[in-house]
Design a protein around this ligand. Structure first.
Ligand code: SF4
Length: 271
């Protein structure tokens, strides 16, 4: 695997700075770990790290309570594998002020709102993914820890932002807490899928089963493979519409004849 997508980029950047988010090795002066999303890229990243003899200080899965069953199967598989190779693995969840956990879909049913991505906000990602992970790291004395992000070398739009920031003379200091190993190694999605196929791990794209970013084929597969979850998504939409909370969502998709005011494509954020 070569830097076929970004020829020489890490070389150029690393000439300028000792360590950057596009370095080919993790930092040596800080703890570092993986925000494991349960999907293709972050699973492949773990396999590659192990193959390279690199051991993260933590592997963290933030459970929304609303992942697809296939993702939970993979999380279970990866947790066992991490234990077998000595990677510290943990699961964290958002806990309400009541002390209770509430999943994304339970919250949507209770509040009669769609997940906030449907309205163009990132509240659900922050609440169920980012916040619990930050809290976990803080509780474990690793606030200042580098997070390896599973963006791959084929994600040119996302990668461009990182490359430009790294190359800029006005280098954003917060970038020193991020590492993009798949980009640095020139590994794209196809490479990741091939590795998982060789391993015999049937990993699917991860997201909440009612994520507004899902594409039509994902809604169709949900309806076919998990009709009960599909019905919950319909109930969420029905509740939001009845409460007048769905008309501001600009994204309605037809899924098997049902109008879901849930949207376009999941960007696959594997935080
Ligand atoms: S997967 Fe979608 S619905 Fe779930 S937290 Fe992320 S953006 Fe929100």
């Amino acid at each position: 695997m070569t830097d076929k997508n970004l020829p020489g980029i890490n070389v150029i950047l690393n000439q300028k700075r000792e360590w950057t988010p596009l370095s080919t090795s993790p930092p040596t002066n800080m703890t570092w770990g993986i925000n494991f999303g349960g999907g293709v890229n972050s699973t492949a990243l773990l396999l590659i790290l192990h193959a390279k003899g690199l051991r993260p200080d933590w592997v963290l899965f933030a459970d929304t309570g609303s992942e697809r069953p296939e993702t939970y199967e993979n999380v279970e598989r990866v947790e066992k594998w991490c234990q077998s190779v000595g990677f510290p693995f943990a699961v964290t969840r958002w806990i309400r002020k009541t002390g209770q956990f509430e999943s994304v879909h339970e919250n949507a049913l209770r509040t009669e709102y769609l997940p906030s991505k449907a309205y163009g906000y990132s509240g659900c990602t922050y609440k169920w993914k980012i916040q619990p992970m930050v809290k976990w790291r803080s509780q474990h004395g690793m606030e200042e820890s580098v997070v390896a992000i599973g963006y791959d070398a084929g994600e040119k739009r996302r990668v461009k932002k990182v490359v430009v920031s790294c190359a800029s003379s006005e280098y954003d200091p917060s970038l020193r807490f991020l590492w993009y190993p798949l980009v640095a190694w020139g590994i794209d999605r196809v490479d990741c899928e091939r590795m998982l196929a060789e391993k015999g791990w049937p990993v699917v794209k991860s997201s909440c089963f009612l994520c507004p970013h899902m594409r039509k084929p994902e809604w169709e597969s949900l309806k076919l493979d998990h009709p009960k979850l599909f019905q919950i998504a319909l109930d969420v939409e029905k509740g939001a519409k009845a409460a007048g909370h769905a008309d501001t969502a600009s994204i309605f998709k037809q899924a098997g004849g049902s109008c879901l005011c849930l949207a376009d494509s999941c960007s696959g954020d594997e935080v």
